[in-house]
Design a protein around this ligand. Structure first.
Ligand code: NAD
Ligand code: GLY
Length: 350
């Protein structure tokens, strides 16, 4: 187990990462006034662990599992319940679950009494490598992802690989989507992914690479906590297309759409002359190693239109963060019509 400290402009966040982190740090939370937010799947699997760790009488909101729970109504329900449970200003919100729980519980913690302490206990691979770190909180609204949110650093993140043992293969793939994104942004992570492509789902490998991804993200967030100077924007590689497809098709999970988005945006980068050669082939191979088949979308034109909601767009054109060369990404700006044409071209190659 290793600790990392993320020193953002607004606050410091300590990340305990690795096997044993939960048993070492979660029991201390029982000494505080805590409010737990979790989802129905996580509660079904880990309720005994929660009772054992926090006692059997802690206040809790259990949301239905899935992205559909990241709503304004659920946010208000959590806040109302915190108030009726008598949560004080020095209470701690414990986000016990995947990225959906981390995002909505983080937002509740940032709003309740103008901000209370927040501890993230991420239980999916995706939330361990990405969403629990860096302080972005959100709910979806009006069909737009993450449109209401705050920047609010967790005081602590407890990222323990023991939770990965109960994830489905599909959820592991979703986390690998974000891990490959880090591979496209960091040449050391890329080299490790290539060297271990036959054991990407091995728990020991995942523990090691999770630390690397968190360390990369922590450096970026220290430099650009509020996504202002471009450093943090790079963490959105593949996400413009991923989010557009996610909003339109909804059938898959966030991490799968990130992988599909990276595949399409790699094609766009190649066609724009930004990325090519052996590197482009290796990255494509890595994506296809995790997602064996890129789905063929009939109506990709309609899905592309959702890219206009992306928060990175600023001058009437779409902003895409695409892979360039090992460890380097680039931003390209495209009109919606050029973007749609390139997506259709890529889809025709499938
Ligand atoms: P999720 O929270 O919906 O979890 C995926 C599924 O796994 C759910 O069904 C959940 O119940 C189940 N699950 C969770 N932990 C489990 C465990 N240990 N064992 C068995 N099942 C378990 O989704 P996610 O993929 O973790 O996160 C996706 C969300 O994260 C999206 O809403 C996305 O927008 C957000 N996100 C946020 C950031 C950020 O910086 N804040 C970054 C990336 C993604
Ligand atoms: N997942 C993108 C970010 O945290 O900025």
């Amino acid at each position: 187990m290793k600790d990392l400290t993320l020193c953002a402009a607004s606050a410091k966040s300590v990340i305990h990462c690795g096997a044993g982190a939960f048993n070492a740090f979660a029991p201390d939370l029982a000494k505080r006034q805590i409010y737990v937010v979790t989802d129905s799947n996580v509660f079904a699997i880990y309720r005994h662990l929660m009772w054992q760790t926090f006692g059997d009488n802690f206040p809790v909101t259990i949301l239905p599992a899935g992205e559909g729970s990241k709503t304004y109504n659920n946010l208000i329900a959590i806040l109302k319940d915190m108030l009726s449970a008598g949560m004080k200003r020095n209470c701690t919100v414990v986000a016990f679950g995947g990225g959906v729980i981390g995002d909505i519980a983080g937002l509740a913690a940032s709003l309740y009494m103008r901000g209370v302490r927040l501890v993230q206990i991420p239980t999916t691979l995706l939330s361990q490598v990405d969403s629990s770190v860096g302080g972005k909180t959100a709910v979806d609204m009006g069909g737009v992802k993450n449109v209401i949110g705050t920047f609010y650093q967790p005081e602590e993140v407890i990222a323990d690989p023991m939770f990965l043992k109960t994830l489905t293969d599909r959820e592991i793939r979703c986390g690998l989507g974000e891990i490959i994104k880090y591979g496209a942004l960091n040449s050391e992570i890329f080299a490790k992914l290539k060297a271990n492509s036959a054991r990407l789902t091995d728990l020991n490998f995942l523990e090691e690479i999770t630390y690397d991804c968190i360390a990369h993200k922590a450096r970026v967030v220290c430099e650009d906590e509020r996504d202002l100077n471009g450093a943090r924007k790079a963490l959105n590689l593949g996400h413009t297309t991923g989010h557009a497809l996610e909003l339109f098709y909804r059938k898959k999970s966030h991490g799968e759409f990130v992988l599909i988005g990276m595949f399409y945006e790699l094609y766009i980068a190649q066609k724009s002359g930004i990325c090519g050669g052996q590197y482009a082939q290796e990255l494509k191979k890595l994506i296809l190693c995790v997602l064996k088949k890129i789905p063929v979308y009939e109506n990709i034109e309609a899905a592309a239109a959702f890219a206009v909601y992306d928060k990175k767009n600023d001058d009437g054109r779409l902003s895409l963060i695409v892979p360039q060369s090992e460890g380097i990404s680039a931003e390209i700006k495209l009109s919606l019509s050029d973007y749609t044409r390139l997506l259709k071209e890529c889809a025709a190659t499938l």
